[in-house]
Design a protein around this ligand. Structure first.
Ligand SMILES: [Zn+2]
Ligand SMILES: [Zn+2]
Length: 278
């Protein structure tokens, strides 16, 4: 399903107060929530989504003194993606000094009222992320605002989903073939010393199926650990080189291919006077 974008004009966006800072590429995307109460009525009434996005822009411009709404895109329950700052423009929502590394996508849920993200929100967040990857130079990382910044954002339910690898609702993974991870073996795979067993072989076979160069020999040594680390970096989780429950599940359920795995971390450039928010 193609992305359903609501252009700025269609939601009555105010004009920005000044020029945007150009962003060629990012390491990925950070996911946000509103940090306030979201009227559960939005689920049945898209007009309320429009009003909410307008009020967020108002708050960012008149309250925070920003030049525009802080987010790159906003995802609503109707699987629509509101254009915020959009592609190749520095967002303001990730926290001071943290915006050049990630685009900012808001899911229209809050810390009260509508708390659990409806499937439409999750789909729309992913539609926005794919759009940012295809057209905006976004890298593979999907993180929550709280990663690297002191905030509750994006709230427990949305953050738990991010930590699971942000799967598409309904198909158990991100690429539509219905793959589900087999049960976690109950022990972590690590090196040193070499971990041996059928569980190692199962994981290696899956990584190989994803396109990684890895021997399927049932022995988790230095080479397996290196693949694991690169995969973890690609997925935006801690690269400890240990296959625990999250890394195990991501091997089956995370979207994507190895490509240029393990992109080096770029430093966050400082960026102007805009202040952080939730
Ligand atoms: Zn809506
Ligand atoms: Zn946030």
């Amino acid at each position: 399903m193609a992305i359903d974008i609501v252009p700025r004009r269609a939601w009555g966006a105010r004009a920005p107060r000044g020029g945007y800072t150009r962003l060629d590429s990012t390491r990925g995307v950070k996911v946000h929530y509103t940090g306030g109460r979201v009227d559960p009525g939005v689920v049945g009434d898209h007009d309320l989504c429009v009003s909410l996005v307008q009020s967020i822009q108002r708050h960012h411009m008149d309250g925070n003194g920003w030049m525009d709404i802080g987010y790159s895109f906003v995802a609503c329950p109707h699987r629509k993606v509101f254009e915020g700052r959009g592609l190749h423009r520095l967002p303001a929502a990730n926290g001071s000094g943290l915006n050049s590394g990630h685009y900012a996508v808001l899911g229209l849920v809050g810390n009260a009222g509508l708390v659990q993200p409806p499937d439409g929100v999750l789909h729309a967040v992913l539609d926005a992320i794919e759009h940012l990857r295809e057209r905006g130079g976004a890298g593979r990382e999907i993180k929550g605002h709280r990663d690297g910044y002191s905030t509750d954002c994006p709230g427990e339910p949305l953050y738990a989903w991010v930590r699971r690898g942000a799967p598409r609702p309904g198909d158990g993974d991100g690429d539509g073939d219905g793959t589900e991870a087999p049960p976690f073996p109950g022990r972590v795979l690590r090196y040193p010393p070499v971990t041996r067993g059928e569980d190692v072989r199962t994981w290696q076979r899956q990584m190989r199926a994803r396109g990684w160069e890895i021997a399927v020999d049932g022995a988790y040594g230095g080479a397996s650990r290196d693949v694991c680390r690169r995969f973890q970096r690609q997925q935006g989780v801690e690269d400890d080189g240990v296959v625990g429950p999250v890394t195990w599940r991501l091997a089956w359920e995370a979207p994507g291919t190895p490509e240029a795995a393990g992109t080096p971390e770029a430093a966050d450039a400082p960026e102007g006077p805009e202040a952080p928010l939730t």
